[in-house]
Design a protein around this ligand. Structure first.
Ligand code: 13P
Length: 253
């Protein structure tokens, strides 16, 4: 059985005081860690503070991106060693906003995924098609290619521990959600691809999230789907009430 994982991606929102208050409110309400992995991916600036305030709670802290090198002259970047040093558990890699605005490619995403594992972090690797690709029937081939490139060089064990987030770009921040059936179909294609790259056992272990306008009103239907093991949530992770509802739905899935 795959344990559900609900992760909030705060993107470039919240002040330090707002982040602290959110976590203080939510940490006591997060469901038992045996039922669901509850994660907040916060701006890098707040990670240290949030890791400290969630110690011995079920809430875990993740980063939104990282550089692939462990150190070096890369002004403004954050390394996997630095994240690990702070006590961070997860890191989002290759979010479509990183691919679109910061020139991340399948190749750089793969280097980051490999580096994350090397330094003891669990990557949440994002894949997803544009509206144009969906309308021209390329969704399956686009996500298969992203998965194949992103997982290159991983061991079976690492691939089993990886989290993949399927986020159709046209559904991010738009209020348009893929239907649960469509989201499940693509998550199924991803799982099958993992089986062909590794084996059936690895494919059954890997957790696949859906992301794109997930909210309390649609999470249960999404989580009821065979291949959807969780959600990567933007807007609805910014408010304590809606985020706690998403965690609860994850814990009952
Ligand atoms: P929204 O939930 O705001 O659509 O954002 C999705 C997302 O990009 C999560 O990484």
């Amino acid at each position: 059985m795959r344990k559900p994982i609900i992760a909030g991606n705060w993107k470039m929102y919240k002040t330090a005081a707002e982040a602290k208050q959110f976590v203080e409110e939510v940490k006591g309400l997060a469901p038992d860690a045996s039922k669901v992995d509850s994660v907040i991916c916060a701006p890098a600036l707040y990670l240290q503070q949030l890791v400290a305030s969630t110690e011995s709670s079920a809430l875990q802290i993740g980063a939104q991106t990282m550089h692939e090198e462990k150190e070096g002259a890369f002004t403004g970047e954050v390394s996997p060693v630095q994240l690990k040093d702070l006590g961070v558990n997860y890191v989002i890699i290759g979010h479509s906003e990183r691919r679109q605005y910061f020139n991340e490619t399948d190749h750089s995403v793969n280097k980051k995924v490999v580096a994350a594992f090397e330094h003891g972090l669990t990557p949440i690797m994002c894949v997803g098609e544009t509206l144009e690709q969906r309308e021209s029937g390329e969704t399956g081939s686009v996500v298969e290619a992203q998965v194949e490139a992103g997982l290159a060089g991983l061991s079976e064990q690492q691939a089993s521990e990886l989290v993949i987030a399927y986020e159709p770009i046209w559904a991010i921040g738009t209020g348009k959600t893929a239907t649960a059936e469509d989201a499940n179909e693509v998550c199924g294609i991803i799982r099958k691809k993992v089986a062909s790259l590794f084996n059936e056992e690895t494919a059954q272990n890997i957790r696949i999230q859906y992301g794109g306008s997930v909210k309390p009103a649609n999470i249960e239907e999404l989580m009821g789907m065979e291949h959807i093991d969780g959600a990567l949530v933007g807007g609805a992770s910014l408010e304590t009430d809606s985020f706690v509802k998403l965690l609860e739905a994850g814990s009952h899935a």
